[in-house]
Design a protein around this ligand. Structure first.
Ligand code: PMP
Length: 389
């Protein structure tokens, strides 16, 4: 036959295998800290109240399913701007479009970079979300590494990151997690953001900010502060946004790509390229999730309810971090980290022992989803970790 031709088999998604193994485990008291979605204390990933209400209104009021365009829902794109950029008015220098999730935004950003500067190298922190590399490579970008964090000591390696980025060439791009770093939870502080932004400005390095967890760290404005400093200082940049975690919309695939150019004319050219790239990828993004976000953000009462629910999710995660830090001094660094994820300094063998001996499931990297724990399961979890040493 014609297949498989040049195809070789690809490794299965190890997180999916983990889900299967967890499901098949019959032990009472098993704990899943592997899967990367928010969970409430009952272990559910509920549809938010504000989302349910917005969906009700959409079902009742929507009069057509006719196509929008490659830019997606313009009302959604506009409504997010003050949440992301705060008071900053970038006017016609800021363009962009709705995308299928943060993943779609990253992919489009990578393709845009490959178009306007084929020589650009992209600097990616280590460790990072495992999908970053395949997405960037798919667009043909050359990846360079900077060290973001040391898992063994649970410390940012800021000096090493700066040192690596000081070797970037003019026109290179640096990928930065806006907040709630996945997988290590360690974000730069404001002084570090400013120093980094200054260096990138001097070296002519374009920021590509991945903002996938706004509001799940310290707060909506706090979590965007680094991105705002970067864009303000460098004056140009790309920002890949996801509403999939902070609105709990995961499978609806809700994201946006924002591009800030130095001048309005350049922004116009960028926008026409983004639209062309979108047409060649998915033509138009799926509508429903973005429409939900638009409905929520354009009604002050619904928006307030969403903020309340977001704060509940954030407070729960922070609470779990505090309980872990209090339970074992070795877990103290988790208190100062942000968002759903931290990475424990465990070997793959230790991760396997936790699974086999204790029914605790996490990927071999040692990344844990804090929202997979509750006040009730924390003693078991901490005890299992202690038993490894
Ligand atoms: N960036 C990071 C750091 C993520 O963790 C994720 C989701 N796991 C994404 C981007 C992509 O989000 P989405 O599901 O909206 O594509």
């Amino acid at each position: 036959g014609l297949f498989p031709g040049g195809l070789g088999p690809q490794p299965a998604d190890s997180l999916l295998a983990l889900i299967g193994a967890f499901r098949a485990d019959r032990r009472a008291g098993k704990i899943d800290v592997g899967v990367g979605v928010y969970r409430d204390p009952q272990g559910r990933t509920p549809v938010l109240r504000a989302v349910k209400e917005a969906e009700r209104r959409l079902v009742a009021g929507q009069e057509t399913k006719a196509y929008l365009g490659p830019e997606g829902d313009a009302g959604f794109f506009e409504a997010l701007k003050p949440i992301i950029f705060g008071d900053a008015d970038h006017g016609a220098r800021l363009v962009g479009l709705q995308t299928p999730g943060g993943t779609g935004a990253l992919r489009l950003a990578a393709e845009l970079i490959a178009r306007f500067n084929p020589q650009a190298r992209i600097w990616v922190g280590e460790p990072t979300w495992p999908n970053h590399h395949p997405i960037l490579q798919a667009a043909g970008l050359e990846i360079m590494a900077y060290q973001h964090f040391d898992v063994a000591t649970q410390r940012l390696t800021f000096a090493r990151a700066l040192d690596a980025l000081s070797r970037a060439r003019r026109g290179d791009v640096a990928l930065l997690h806006g907040c709630c770093h996945n997988p290590v939870g360690a974000d730069f502080d404001m002084t570090q953001w400013r120093e980094l932004a200054q260096l990138m400005r001097e070296r002519g390095v374009l920021p590509l900010i991945d903002l996938a967890y706004q509001g799940l760290g310290r707060g909506l404005d706090e979590d965007a502060a680094g991105a705002r400093i970067l864009l303000e200082t460098v004056g140009e940049g790309l920002l890949a946004y996801s509403c999939d975690k902070n609105f709990g919309l995961y499978r609806e695939r809700v994201g946006a790509l924002y591009a800030l150019a130095g001048e309005a004319a350049a922004a116009g050219v960028v926008q026409s390229n983004l639209l062309a790239l979108a047409r060649a990828n998915w033509s138009m993004p799926p509508d429903h999730g973005a429409a939900i976000v638009r409905v929520i953000l354009s009604d002050p009462a619904l928006a307030a309810d969403w903020r309340t629910e977001l704060a509940e999710m954030r407070d729960r995660i922070r609470g779990i971090r505090a309980l872990l830090a209090d339970a074992d001094p070795r877990l103290a660094p988790l208190r100062g980290q942000q968002g759903m994820f931290s990475t424990l300094p465990l070997t793959p063998q230790q991760v396997a022992r936790l699974r086999d001996e204790r029914g605790i499931y996490m990927p071999a990297s040692g990344r844990i989803n804090l929202a997979g724990l509750t006040a009730e399961t924390i003693p078991t979890f901490v005890d299992a970790l202690a038993s490894l040493r």
